[in-house]
Design a protein around this ligand. Structure first.
Ligand code: NAP
Length: 255
């Protein structure tokens, strides 16, 4: 039996990087995946690929900053497959990468809107669906080591918003644990996705980031997806309220 056989799982940020790799893995493990992001053409291409490979997928494009989208994505999942078993709230943005005195309030606010308010809005509308399902369920949020174990200059909005996600996870884990809902944060280290390449535009910069990790390389998105699979599957049935580092040792590396 596949690990996620017959499970309905919502994934945001599925058009690229970690979310894209996770959608492919969850579908290969038997989940019926509900894909979200703004770029519908990419979600359609991914859904078609999953169906061609024998899986089940549907999608709805929109912006995680908007509550109407968070609500519509859950409604779309329920109308297509029924109530949710799990959700991977993974959409995120780097926000402004500038010296903090130069950061415009609008850019700070926008990073918080995507990374933190988007996570809250996802949870707000996904939890009732998990409760309607009545099988407990699992919520996973993509945070990062940045702002948790590791500080980097010129990342104030990103670090603060992603650290906020860990606080959200702690609160939700205690609030919904009695109903059997598990809530965890996934903290990747540097992962080779378009986001990492936006932050480090050339190979020299990417190589320097890789050397910060004990394993001396970046993660492949599939390696983060494997950890997300653990957190939504019964294999992690006693794991909740955790901030799980999958970071190639960047948090413990010194020099
Ligand atoms: P990515 O390839 O740039 O993917 C980001 C995803 O988020 C895309 O699917 C994007 O889709 C979606 N997204 C961004 N803003 C959105 C919005 N307003 N509404 C809806 N969707 C939105 O980057 P990634 O590295 O896979 O990032 C995935 C997550 O991992 C993020 O939360 C990121 O912070 C986290 N993370 C990444 C790394 C790393 O080194 N790459 C390390 C630690 C944590 P659209 O553009 O189509 O909307």
């Amino acid at each position: 039996m596949k690990a996620l056989h017959g499970k309905t799982i919502l994934i945001t940020g599925a058009s690229s990087g970690i979310g894209h790799a996770t959608a492919l893995l969850f579908a290969a493990e038997g989940a019926r995946v509900v894909l979200g992001a703004r770029r519908g053409d990419r979600l359609e291409a991914l859904s078609s690929r999953i169906r061609a490979e024998g899986g089940s997928a549907t999608w709805l494009a929109g912006d995680v900053r908007e509550e109407a989208y968070a609500q519509a994505l859950v409604r779309h999942a329920e109308e297509t497959y029924g109530p949710l078993d799990a959700a991977f709230n993974n959409a995120g943005t780097l926000g402004p990468l500038q010296p903090t005195p130069d950061v415009a309030l609008h850019d700070w606010q926008d990073a918080l809107d995507v990374n933190l308010t988007g996570a809250f809005l996802g949870a707000k509308h996904q939890i009732p669906s998990l409760l309607r399902n009545g099988n407990g369920g699992s919520l996973v949020f993509t945070s990062t080591v940045v702002g948790h174990t590791t500080g980097f200059p010129c990342t104030a909005a990103y670090a603060a918003s992603k650290a906020g996600v860990i606080g959200l996870v702690h609160a939700l884990a205690t609030e919904f644990g009695p109903a059997g809902v598990r809530v965890n944060a996934l903290l990747p280290g540097g992962t080779d996705t378009p986001m990492a390449r936006e932050m480090n535009p050339d190979e020299a910069a990417l190589g320097a980031v890789a050397r910060l990790h004990a394993l001396r390389r970046l993660a492949r998105p599939e390696e983060i997806a494997a950890a997300a699979l653990f957190l939504v599957s019964p294999a992690s049935s006693f794991v909740t309220g955790s901030a799980m580092r999958v970071d190639g040792g960047v948090s413990v590396q010194r020099g």
